[in-house]
Design a protein. Structure first.
Lengths: 516, 254
């Protein structure tokens, strides 16, 4: 073979170590400028507004309530996840779709490093948009004077979820580089989220708590008001989602063309570390148990988070009794004092009548924002302790429902629960005699017999009269007959009978026949 | 030698796309001719380290691309224009060239100047900020050439580089080839024999995965003289004569 002339290879200056990050930064800048994520953001913004922002702003002006819907139930993640996964898959499949695979493969920079840069730009855009959208929503809440404190840990969970969706979607696109990768990744993500939500509604314990849309145990009504948000479950979820992201990104580095042997070995280690992190997090979630203020994971729990948040209560007076609330509930003080006034007047002077009413934190039980008994009376002098955050009927234009009806419903509920506590009926329905006295006192306090079955249903208490299918029941039957007899007595006579029999009534020793 | 191929074979299943090719080349412009399916693109992809050879030896720029470290070093000094150029439609010309300059591990500080020079070289200076999706086919080809030369490669592999270029651009491009050929090894795969005649110092003709001719353009032209082979230009007649002779030998063996 004849050849052209021989010539030595030209020497080149060795690359400086600092050139590598600078190269990555420049590539990242180009990818950020030309990535596909910004194109999809208007659609995500519309969905975010419709699904997360709009419903939450109609909720009571308390951080817990505002964010339980959109962050606790994972709506912000649902709004972002499928789109982010789809766009990431689109970017991951880019070289295959665009026919640039040969060009990229013939370049000196390891393919794995190039892919990570493209993914990083996609993830930065997605997470940046997520934080911006949530930031705007939080800013609006703050401007509206929403009380309590924001659930920052759940923002971290959302950001980790967006990152995980971007990594998983990108891996799908990189391994299946076709135009169908993006819709498949988006649809697959949507299915995964739908299944996660369904599992979330059913599973209140075990590994399923790790799912980012499982609202069980996310945070409790008193969170951010009486006690800090417990970070145990969020930490496990961030670990889980970061593990998924890490494993997906590690997989990209395993193929032969990804880079050199050391890089591929590192990618294998990264993949294993991601799988281990996700598995460990799921295992930790399996050890979660309900604590008094939220879901506790013993291995992650910090006792400092059990300390209550210090506050100076805001107080009003009604019927000579001080009524004190957490300042976060300041705007509800007039409603609460107005609701309590007739009850306190009705029981004034009776043994065990509250000398003070104060708002306290509820005790967490399993379920979505679950709580224990809403009101109790105990201590010397007796104090009415109200767990207002377990009530789902807070009134006002930013309450669950607006208008006069909502205010009446809230007042009926406050009166029912305070009377229920006064007759010591406990967490259940109470004895028939207790229910009858409760009904009579409520009638005297302005809650007519006819309205009581509805109030009992809203409070989650069993009906005192006959049940009518799915309805709250009717104010009839032996309990209401006895109640009507007691209510028909002159106030002084009723008062005297109660003063004489309250101890036996509370002990559960009275029968309906023993009522006057 | 910048390129040393010894009995290089590349198979795709039962098909031998490259069949025992041996070749050496130093600086200069090397033309690779051949009909469709002759194996030119597979040979170029192998030399671009995109495809590993099935068998045989390959040394590029004095290194064995079988090892990751040497392969990466070769790629730093390599320019490659594939036959079907993929591109990112949303990138501007400058971003596209800069992107591949960075992927070639160029020192970042040198990249902006190198990008500007490469774009000027291919006559796209006034289109540097234009999105690739807005360019014509010929302009895209020139953008592809710009990314190939941005790192001033010591080994430049061009697969059908003049496809889609207008006559004026083709003339300018030949000048560019000659300029690069003075300091680098340039391999140009093409159907257009006039490009070979105008710019190449050496030429090889491939058919059915084998090199059936290797010499200067003048030697190829001489093969056609008096052969009665088809062709409008002397070089085309040489091309046809060599191919016909190679195929008759193959047929006789069969």
């Amino acid at each position: 073979m004849t050849t052209a002339t021989d010539a030595p290879v030209r020497p080149r200056a060795p690359r400086a170590a600092r050139a590598v990050p600078l190269t990555a930064a420049r590539l990242l800048r180009i990818e950020l400028r030309r990535g596909a994520m910004p194109w999809i953001l208007p659609l995500v913004a519309a969905l975010f507004w419709f699904d997360s922002y709009r419903p939450s702003t109609a909720m009571p002006p308390l951080w817990m309530w505002r964010t339980f819907w959109n962050m606790g139930q994972g709506h912000t993640i649902v709004d972002f996840g499928p789109f982010v996964a789809g766009v990431a898959a689109w970017m991951g499949s880019r070289d295959g779709r665009r026919g640039t695979a040969d060009l990229v493969r013939a370049a000196a920079r390891p393919r794995y490093a190039t892919q990570l840069t493209t993914w990083a730009a996609t993830a930065i855009s997605a997470v940046g948009a997520y934080l911006a959208f949530v930031g705007v929503m939080f800013a609006v809440y703050a401007h509206q004077g929403v009380q309590g404190s924001p659930p920052w840990w759940w923002v971290a969970v959302g950001a980790a979820a967006v990152t995980a969706f971007s990594a998983a979607g990108f891996a799908v696109g990189a391994f299946f580089p076709s135009r169908f990768a993006a819709p498949l990744a988006a649809f697959g993500s949507f299915l995964a989220l739908a299944m996660s939500s369904q599992t979330g509604f059913r599973s209140q314990s075990g590994w399923a708590l790790i799912l980012p849309t499982n609202s069980n145990g996310n945070y409790q009504p008193m969170s951010g008001i009486f006690y800090p948000y417990l970070p145990d479950l969020p930490i496990a979820r961030v670990m889980f989602l970061a593990g998924i992201a890490t494993a997906a990104l590690g997989l990209l580095g395993l193929p032969a063309q990804a880079g050199g042997p050391s890089l591929r070995r590192a990618a294998a280690v990264v993949t294993l570390a991601g799988v281990a992190a996700a598995g460990t997090a799921a295992g930790l979630a399996g050890t979660a148990r309900p604590g008094p203020h939220g879901m506790v994971i013993p291995a992650l729990h910090d006792a400092a988070n059990d300390r209550p948040i210090r506050y100076t209560p805001v107080c009003g007076h009604t019927a000579g009794v001080p009524v004190c609330l957490n300042p976060a509930y300041r705007r509800y003080l007039p409603d609460v004092t107005a609701a309590l006034a007739p009850v306190l007047a009705e029981v004034a002077g009776l043994p065990g009548a509250p000398a003070r009413a104060t708002q306290v934190a509820g005790r967490y039980s399993k379920g979505e924002g679950g709580g224990g008994q809403a009101m109790t009376i105990n201590g010397r002098p007796p104090v009415l302790r109200m767990v207002l955050d377990s009530l789902s009927t807070l009134p006002g234009s930013t309450g669950f429902t607006a208008g006069r009806e909502a205010t009446t419903q809230f007042a009926d509920l406050i009166r029912l629960l305070s009377v229920h506590a006064f007759v010591s009926a406990g967490n259940g329905a109470g004895t028939p005699a207790q229910r009858a006295v409760q009904a009579a006192l409520l009638q005297g306090a302005g809650v007519p017999f006819a309205a009581q079955p509805t109030a009992l249903a809203i409070a989650g208490l069993p009906p005192s009269g006959p049940s009518t299918g799915n309805g709250p029941g009717t104010a009839s039957g032996p309990v209401y007959a006895a109640a009507r007899r007691l209510a028909a007595l002159p106030a002084a006579a009723r008062h005297a009978w109660l003063a004489a029999h309250l101890a036996a009534l509370r002990a559960g020793h009275l029968t309906l026949a023993q009522l006057p | 030698m910048n390129i040393e191929l010894t009995e290089l074979t590349r198979r795709f299943g039962r098909t031998r796309a490259v069949d025992g090719v041996s070749l050496q080349a130093g600086p200069g412009v090397f033309g690779l001719l051949g009909p469709n399916g002759a194996g030119k693109t597979s040979l170029l992809r192998t030399m671009a380290t995109v495809l590993p050879p099935t068998s045989g030896k390959l040394r590029l720029l004095g290194r064995d691309p079988g090892g990751y470290g040497p392969r990466r070093e070769i790629r730093r000094r390599l320019g490659y224009l594939p036959q079907s150029l993929g591109y990112y439609p949303g990138f501007t010309v400058a971003e596209f060239v800069e992107y591949f300059g960075l992927l070639k591990d160029m020192p970042p500080g040198r990249v902006p100047r190198a990008v500007a020079v490469a774009i000027e070289h291919v006559g796209l200076g006034d289109k540097a900020r234009a999105k690739l999706r807005t360019l014509s086919g010929g302009m895209l080809r020139r953008a592809g050439i710009a990314q190939a030369i941005v790192n001033e490669p010591e080994l430049l592999l061009l697969d059908e580089p003049t496809a889609g270029l207008d006559p004026e651009q083709r003339v300018a491009f030949r000048g560019l080839l000659r300029e690069f050929g003075q300091r680098s090894t340039v391999i140009v795969s093409t159907h257009l024999v006039e490009d070979v005649g105008a710019a190449c110092t050496e030429v090889a003709l491939m058919d059915a995965g084998k090199i059936v001719f290797h010499g200067t353009p003048e030697e190829l032209t001489a093969r056609g003289e008096g052969s009665g082979a088809a062709g409008d230009a002397p070089l085309e007649r040489g091309y046809s004569a060599v191919l016909a002779a190679a195929r008759s030998v193959t047929a006789a063996r069969a």
